[in-house]
Design a protein around this ligand. Structure first.
Ligand SMILES: Cc1cc2nc3c(=O)[nH]c(=O)nc-3n(C[C@H](O)[C@H](O)[C@H](O)COP(=O)(O)OP(=O)(O)OC[C@H]3O[C@@H](n4cnc5c(N)ncnc54)[C@H](O)[C@@H]3O)c2cc1C
Length: 429
């Protein structure tokens, strides 16, 4: 079993020519995940001189380590959000995810990226009868206000396409998609380079020094030199690099939470379709939930929180064993399949589970996709390019307040307590 991501392992090699860092740029983007790469593509297409600085490998963190879902819909319950902020705002945010899936499709089309993108919908599977009732209660409002295509499936309808007796029904969101994340990442990075962006891997931006107290220009300090940039976009997700003075604002607001994935050997087309005939993306409604889908080569990619822990090869392997048990319970007929890959990554969780984007002290930023960001990161890269060109209304999250999380300064010391709470909730509700 390989302890790294199937997506990066099976993607084409990405090895851009190593150039010297320039002394000046129009825009420096800190972070070479989907947010940073997508912004680089959009800005370079507008003629800006763009430099992406990535601390590790390009798309080596969440963007190359996720479950491969490109889903529409919010990460939070629509009805609850609408109660809190009103239907108009909640509706705008819900529709931002439709737009985000469309953006992914558009980038793939325009840049001709070969990444097995398919739009087969997402099925949210009710793990308990009460969860099905909640899905049913929210259906009318969802259909009326934001998603006329959404459909409720009862237990026997679900059983016809998901060969497991563990579910009590499900909600089908037909606008969702899926893709091969490694192929997409390489295609996106190559497209950005083709349009003139420079991408520097293994180059952490250690310090961001504002040149004047009111402007956007910064000196970006790296071990390879300093770049003066007229604008800087911070697109660092959940990974911590660089000094606290430069990144403390985001560290007090983003909680990095581990999520883990196993991937089976190829099941073969016939067996794969017997288990999941719709080839959709699937998530369960349990508090410590699972998410899964088939790949183009008929592997099952099966993920979940498993343990409330950070990701490291040792931690990933421990979580992998828990996921293997969960997989065998859900699909006993797959109890004998070989697990070829096991990995983990960090989700950039926010307190309200909504993305946050805007400006802070002259720095532009977009992050906090809360485990639901393969589409939104690509979309926000494009939106932030427009915002940086002066079109502030291009940011769908511009009105959202983002207070710091009390007692949180970086590493999430409180995760074990949260894990215990959700485990208890799963036992009781
Ligand atoms: C295990 C897992 C499963 C997931 N599954 C799904 C899913 O199925 N569907 C979905 O929609 N979302 C999913 N997500 C979330 C999704 O992958 C992310 O929301 C999205 O990829 C975020 O992209 P990003 O570019 O903002 O962040 P990242 O991909 O994390 O990129 C940020 C980059 O910034 C770099 N960086 C940080 N600090 C510095 C610095 N100082 N200097 C230079 N570089 C720096 C990091 O090295 C990193 O590469 C999952 C995430 C994980 C971890």
């Amino acid at each position: 079993m390989k302890l790294h991501s199937y997506w990066t392992d099976s993607a084409p090699l990405f090895a851009p020519a190593q150039e010297a860092l320039p002394a000046r740029a129009d825009v420096v983007i800190v972070g070479g995940g989907f947010t940073g790469l997508s912004a680089a593509l959009a800005l370079a297409k507008r003629g800006a001189k763009v430099v992406v600085l990535e601390a590790g490998a390009v798309a080596g963190e969440a963007s190359g380590r996720n479950g491969g879902h490109v889903n529409n819909g919010l990460a939070v319950d629509y009805a609850l959000l609408a109660e809190r902020v009103g239907s108009e705002k909640a509706g705008d945010w819900y529709r931002a995810y439709d737009a985000a899936v469309n953006t992914v499709a558009q980038v793939i089309r325009e840049e001709n990226i070969d990444c097995y993108f398919e739009r087969n919908g997402k099925l949210k599977l009710a793990s308990r009868p009460a969860h099905y009732d909640t899905l049913a209660r929210g259906l009318d409002r969802l259909r009326r206000e934001v998603d006329a295509d959404v459909e409720l499936l009862n237990a026997s309808q679900v059983r016809q396409e998901v060969d497991s007796d563990k579910f009590y029904g499900g909600l089908l969101q037909k606008r969702s998609g899926q893709m091969h994340m490694g192929c997409f990442a390489v295609g996106l990075a190559q497209a950005a380079i083709k349009h003139g962006a420079q991408i520097h891997a293994q180059t952490p931006a250690m310090k961001l020094e504002r040149i004047t107290s009111t402007g956007h220009a910064h000196r970006v300090h790296t071990a390879r030199g300093v770049i003066e940039a007229a604008q800087v976009l911070v697109a660092t997700g959940a990974t911590l690099h660089g000094n606290y003075g430069s990144y403390g604002f985001w560290r007090r607001r983003i909680v990095p939470i581990g999520s883990f994935i196993i991937t089976t050997e190829s099941l073969g087309r016939e067996r794969a379709l017997k288990v999941l005939s719709g080839r959709r993306t699937y998530t369960t409604t349990a508090n410590i939930h699972n998410y899964f889908r088939l790949t183009h080569d008929d592997r099952l990619v099966f993920g979940g929180r498993a343990r409330f822990a950070m990701s490291s090869p040792q931690s990933d392997a421990k979580s992998g064993l828990i996921l293997q048990q969960a997989l065998a319970q859900m699909f006993p007929q797959l109890g004998d399949v070989r697990i070829d890959y096991c990995w983990g990554g960090l989700v950039d969780m926010t307190q309200d589970r909504l993305p946050h984007a805007g400006q802070h002290n002259g720095l532009y930023y977009s992050m906090g996709y809360s485990g639901h960001g393969t589409q939104m990161s690509v979309h926000m890269g494009q939106c932030m390019a427009r915002v940086m060109g002066g079109e502030l209304s291009a940011n769908p999250w511009r009105d959202l307040r983002w207070p710091a999380i009390p007692g949180h300064f970086g590493p999430p010391w409180f995760l074990p307590a949260i894990g215990l709470y959700y485990r208890l909730k799963d036992k009781l509700l």
